[in-house]
Design a protein around this ligand. Structure first.
Ligand code: NAD
Length: 303
């Protein structure tokens, strides 16, 4: 039996959800929906599925949906899908506030529905490899910089980009956040376009996280310092370097895990969780932990 999946929102990222679901085993891409009906028609023609202007009509044709619309719309669409008994994948961030996120979690729990959130860096082979090398991080530095593309501007850069690294860093540190300080700037969109956050954890680890949509080039980098090694991760090339003290100074090993498309790995996992009724790697609860920290950073930025 194939799982009928619909993609709601087929802009920049949703088109890739449609492509991947059209390719995956045990899945039938039931249709795509977008308020821009010409765009929905174009993507539907490309992947041989039905096109809907109204997402509610598409939901009626599916067992599960993937929501890839602007963040400010996630709550309304996801809540209706969960109430209709569908399993739901939502792109990150889960929602723009905690109350909405918690409402989705309780609705999913009440209906025993799968609720997975698109923190795709968890599926990046470089992150998976680095996780095996990290034992006691003392200092972490993350940089996620993009040129201005005009997307994701319905929310601050913290919710759009920084949340990826908040999720990865807190996963590596495994300790509560003790204090946060942050600074940021509104330049182009009326929202925060560039921000830096300094996090101190209960176990003594510290992290400096930078995100910007004002950069001249795309950078996605993570450095983790620990007792006797320093690990660097390039999310884009999926390369990991392990630095250590050698006989003649600092030496390093380059590790290149088998390259994989993180989005494809993530959506395969969603299908497998839906079919096997198992808990996703990034559930609504996990995604809400990252959201909570980002919202604390936003509070600091307002001050
Ligand atoms: P986008 O603007 O390119 O696409 C959004 C699409 O949704 C547009 O085509 C728009 O017409 C459509 N849309 C808007 N409201 C709708 C509605 N009510 N019903 C149906 N369609 C609607 O944006 P994007 O860059 O693709 O981002 C979409 C989501 O994906 C955002 O939540 C963003 O944070 C997330 N995202 C995640 C990653 C990642 O790395 N995981 C990367 C990019 C975007």
């Amino acid at each position: 039996m194939s799982l009928r999946i619909g993609v709601i929102g087929v802009g920049y990222l949703g088109q890739h959800h449609a492509r991947i679901f059209a390719e995956l085993e045990h899945v039938q891409l039931a249709g795509v929906s977008d308020t821009n009906t010409a765009r929905a028609d174009e993507i539907a023609a490309q992947y041989g599925c039905a096109s809907f202007g109204d997402w509610e009509e598409l939901v009626g044709q599916c067992d599960a949906v993937s929501i890839v619309t602007p963040t400010t719309t996630h709550h309304e669409i996801a809540l209706a899908c969960l109430k209709a008994g569908k399993d739901v994948f939502i792109e990150k961030p889960i929602t723009e506030n905690l109350q909405e996120a918690r409402e989705l979690i309780s609705e999913a729990d009440a209906g025993s529905r799968i609720l997975q959130i698109g923190h795709l860096e968890r599926y990046n082979p470089a992150v998976v490899t680095a996780a095996e090398l990290i034992h006691e991080p003392r200092f972490i530095e993350a940089e996620r910089l993009s040129p201005f593309l005009g997307r994701g501007t319905d929310v601050d850069i913290t919710l759009d980009l920084m949340i990826h690294d908040i999720d990865i860093v807190t996963g590596f540190v495994q300790s509560e956040v003790k204090s946060i300080s942050a600074t940021g700037d509104r330049v182009l969109t009326g929202k925060i376009d560039a921000a830096k956050a300094w996090l101190e954890f209960e176990n003594g680890c510290k992290a400096l996280i930078t995100a910007s949509r004002l950069a001249s080039e795309k950078v996605r980098r993570l450095k983790i310092h620990q007792q006797d090694t320093y690990i660097s991760v390039d999310y884009q090339t999926q390369e990991v370097r392990k630095y250590y003290k050698g006989a003649n100074g600092i030496a390093f090993d380059v590790i290149r895990p088998e390259s994989r498309e993180p989005l494809k790995e993530e959506l395969k996992d969603f299908v497998s969780c839906v079919l096997g009724r198992s808990c996703p790697r990034v559930s609504g609860r996990e995604a809400t932990q990252a959201l909570e920290i980002v919202l604390q950073i936003n509070e600091m930025l307002k001050q």
